[in-house]
Design a protein around this ligand. Structure first.
Ligand code: HEC
Length: 112
């Protein structure tokens, strides 16, 4: 086998491993930091989700209203409601921008 082929195969394997690790991380972050309000399935049918009237991310209409950059900002900086009252805290101390981007993609994948 030519060494360039070996390198190509090795880097493919690496890219695949990195991709798999990333997907697990977004799912883990969702489960650990978000599911208590947004629900593991994104439907927000949890005690807190109902109380805070969090939207159902499996609903295609809700998905259509959401913009990726606004979602990213919400995850990093939090969401404020009327009168500047905090609706959701920002996660920029806990998550990297890449983690937050992966979570946006994860939320997109919850669409029914
Ligand atoms: C304490 C409950 C709570 C937790 C935990 C929480 N959220 Fe939220 N989230 C909310 C509320 C409340 C809103 C505002 C909903 C609204 O005003 O319609 C919101 C809004 C959002 C939005 C903006 C889009 C929208 O529906 O308004 C995104 C994106 C989001 N959350 C993602 C996440 C992610 C990702 C996590 C975990 C890292 C997370 N949330 C953790 C309660 C929570």
């Amino acid at each position: 086998m030519k060494s360039t082929t070996k390198i190509a195969i090795a880097s493919l394997a690496l890219a695949f491993a990195a991709g798999a690790a990333q997907a697990a991380t977004a799912a883990e972050n969702w489960e650990n930091s978000c599911a208590s309000c947004h629900g593991a399935d994104g439907k927000a049918q949890t005690k807190q989700g109902k109380k805070l009237k969090v939207r159902d991310y499996t609903d295609p209409k809700v998905q259509a209203e959401l913009k990726d950059d606004a979602m990213l900002q919400a995850i990093l900086d939090g969401v404020k409601g009327e009168g500047g009252k905090e609706r959701m805290k920002g996660f920029k101390d806990e998550l990297s921008e890449q983690d937050a981007k992966d979570l946006v993609a994860y939320i997109r994948s919850l669409k029914a």
